[in-house]
Write a protein that binds this ligand. Structure first.
Ligand SMILES: Cc1cc2nc3c(=O)[nH]c(=O)nc-3n(C[C@H](O)[C@H](O)[C@H](O)COP(=O)(O)O)c2cc1C
Length: 362
């Protein structure tokens, strides 16, 4: 059974574990002729890389990516994609497997230890093995390639809530996102998060977050009806990110409390004939197909389950016991989920662009 591949025409397969020698991916179906250098991918990886602030895990991984295949110099000497599978690899260099010796036979509540053991009867306990979000580095790498397939689309994500503390949306500034360690678009709230998260970290605890992803420049018509809905694929992509427990598109859960006349985004024509919507409760998708409005998805990330506070659990031999996880962990995994969310959105949109072009020729 293989469930490590995402996408149809733009297909990403990842492999590797947290404490194995390397992680990697194969990107298949990428069109030929797109300029692609390791630097292009490295830039994106830098944003997800651990150990960059006291608010993320102190595991020091340079995340240096190597392109193993699928590129060649074109007639002008520029390195471009060839249309063949692109193999990418990142070595794991800062594993500290001994940190996990104490939990070898115990299940961390809230983590995947119990379910992996139930399913496979064997579990790589070092750093969570395959269930570790180390895997998401490869999604970010693949996402960097996906962005090149859809250069007219701008994809940005931001942390909009940490625990119960939401940003003030009237202060939203995209430029702020890369100025603070939280990818937060509200400078004032970001300053507040410093002390807030410090206290949680020092308590040996953790906290959840809400992330918002916005894709602008998607023309009307991408996506498909029924089983190929763009919103369904975006939801699957976001939900596949570690620790994500809820996804919404546009008004999402709040749509349930709106009246029909409030929820339906009214349509008008501008003087130049362009279509104007009064609002974007639909999150840029109607009937599974993009409307030309910005695509907006939001998701909830649960608090990190590996915490220093002792919790009740059982071991693999059926005994009740207690567990606390030493290791190095993000006190709020939602922070580093931000670049991962952008990557997954890029992968879905690149796939749907190719599918749309394949069916309609446009
Ligand atoms: C960027 C990122 C980093 C993460 N780091 C940790 C971590 O350090 N410790 C931990 O317990 N969980 C971490 N997680 C979450 C776990 O990988 C996840 O909870 C686990 O695989 C169980 O899967 P589920 O929560 O999706 O059910 C991280 C998630 C993300 C997105």
């Amino acid at each position: 059974m293989s469930h490590n591949t995402f996408g149809h025409l733009f297909r990403v397969t990842t492999f590797g574990e947290s404490h194995g020698p390397a992680i990697g991916c194969v990107v298949d179906g990428c069109p030929p002729g797109l300029p692609l250098r390791e630097d292009d991918i490295q830039r994106e990886l830098e944003r997800r890389r651990p150990g960059q602030s006291r608010f993320t895990t102190q595991r020091q991984e340079p995340d240096a990516v190597r392109i193993l295949s699928g590129v060649f110099a074109d007639d002008a000497g520029q390195q471009v994609t060839t249309g063949t599978p692109i193999g990418l690899m990142i070595g794991n260099v800062d594993q500290r497997s001994k940190d996990y010796g104490d939990i070898k036979d115990k299940y961390r509540p809230g983590h995947a230890d119990f379910t992996y053991d139930m399913k496979y009867g064997i579990r790589d306990f070092r750093g969570g093995g395959r269930s570790s979000a180390r895997e998401t580095a490869m999604r970010v790498a693949a996402g960097a390639i996906a962005r090149k397939v859809i250069p007219g689309v701008t994809i940005r994500a931001a942390l909009v809530q940490m625990g119960p503390e939401a940003i003030d949306r009237s202060r939203w500034d995209w430029d702020e996102v890369d100025r603070n360690p939280f990818f937060c678009p509200d400078a004032k709230k970001a300053a507040f998060y410093e002390g807030y998260l410090d206290a949680i970290r020092k308590d040996g605890s953790s906290v959840g977050a809400v992330i918002e992803v916005v894709a602008e420049g998607v023309p009307a018509g991408w996506g498909a009806p029924i089983y190929g809905k763009l919103d369904a694929d975006i939801a699957a992509a976001m939900m596949s990110i570690n620790a994500v427990k809820g996804v919404e598109i546009g008004a999402g859960m709040a749509a349930a409390i709106l009246r029909g006349e409030e929820n339906a985004d009214e349509m008008r024509l501008s003087n130049d004939g362009a279509i104007r919507f009064s609002n974007n409760n639909a999150g840029g998708i109607l009937g599974g197909i993009s409307s030309g409005q910005p695509i907006v998805a939001r998701f909830a990330v649960k608090p990190t389950s590996s915490i220093l506070t002792p919790r009740a659990t059982i071991d693999r031999y059926g005994n009740e016991t207690e567990i606390l996880t030493k290791g190095r962990h993000d006190p709020c995994v939602g922070i580093r989920a931000v670049p991962v969310a952008e990557a997954m959105m890029a992968i879905v949109l690149a796939d749907h662009f190719l599918r749309h072009r394949g069916q309609t020729g446009r």
